[in-house]
Design a protein around this ligand. Sequence first.
Ligand SMILES: Cc1cc2nc3c(=O)[nH]c(=O)nc-3n(C[C@H](O)[C@H](O)[C@H](O)COP(=O)(O)OP(=O)(O)OC[C@H]3O[C@@H](n4cnc5c(N)ncnc54)[C@H](O)[C@@H]3O)c2cc1C
Length: 313
Amino acid sequence: MPGPIAIVGAGMAGLACATKLSRAGRQFTQFDKGRGPGGRMATRRAEIGGETGRFDHGAQYFTARDSGFQEQVVRWESEGVVARWPAAGEDVWVGTPAMNAPIKALAEPLEVHWTARVTGIAKGEQGWRLNVDDKIQEFDSVVLAIPVEQAAELLANVHAGFADRARRTQSRPCWALMAHFPQRLECGDVLPGGEGDTVPWAARNGAKPGRDGSENWVVHGSPEWSAAHLEEEAESVAGQLLDAFLHQAEVMPQAPLHMAAHRWRFAMAEPVDGPDALWDAEAKIGVAGDWLIAPRVEAAWLSGTRLARAILR
Ligand SMILES: Cc1cc2nc3c(=O)[nH]c(=O)nc-3n(C[C@H](O)[C@H](O)[C@H](O)COP(=O)(O)OP(=O)(O)OC[C@H]3O[C@@H](n4cnc5c(N)ncnc54)[C@H](O)[C@@H]3O)c2cc1C
């Protein structure tokens, strides 16, 4: 009987992997440093005028091209945790009532350990020793399902081949503005920018399916703009993104009632060629994540699912 597995990361990739292992009856323990389900599909809450506002400040939507992922999306749709968002295009899906809903649905039966940060992994006599919040825990196998820069750090001293693969990939940042306006902006729900624009994407979050229709907006800075302003104060970045957005949207400027900016330092990786998931059956270590395929939700699910398949083989 194979021994227990440690899964580091409970975003879409880690949860897809865990779900498949769980169905096959495999034992594992899953750790995530976050306070709750989301990863880069997180939803931020804010108190605005005595009410709770919600902003999907990471992934905005996802598409489903692979038949296996399409089946998963249909299951989520029947559970009410995703819906189509026609305003953003054909084959465009969002979590309902918030982007993190499918992550929550996957995590719920799996007993993920939240607020559990893995700071080191090392080969022990029998298997793997993980440093989880300054306590050592031992496992037979280990899976890393975390953003590429963080994976590269943990892999550095334990697997030269996988570490090298991770080092060849780099993520681009994204500053995200979350703003609530007192009055409706006179423009459409989705405003994609053009080539070279500071704001390549802005959307009325409150108009997504299953939301309350509130005038909550999410505005993303381009990777180039975000990189150039990476170390600036969030408050200053929020103001600059607001100005760029109102200018690009060509709407009457109005002061938001609430405004905050979030820096995604490792938002989207530029993938390089190679396998969709990494598994070393001898060393019993595996790696999954969007960065092995493409910076998309579907790719994260595929990578995690394929890693589980390799482990079970
Ligand atoms: C601003 C932005 C916009 C995007 N827009 C889109 C879009 O429109 N469409 C689309 O398809 N995709 C989009 N994406 C990409 C999409 O969000 C990702 O491809 C996908 O969510 C990645 O899933 P993942 O599981 O690989 O990684 P993540 O979601 O990052 O999950 C990794 C998890 O690992 C945890 N973790 C990290 N390090 C540790 C550690 N040391 N110990 C324990 N836990 C750890 C984290 O807390 C996190 O929960 C966007 C991303 C961003 C940031």
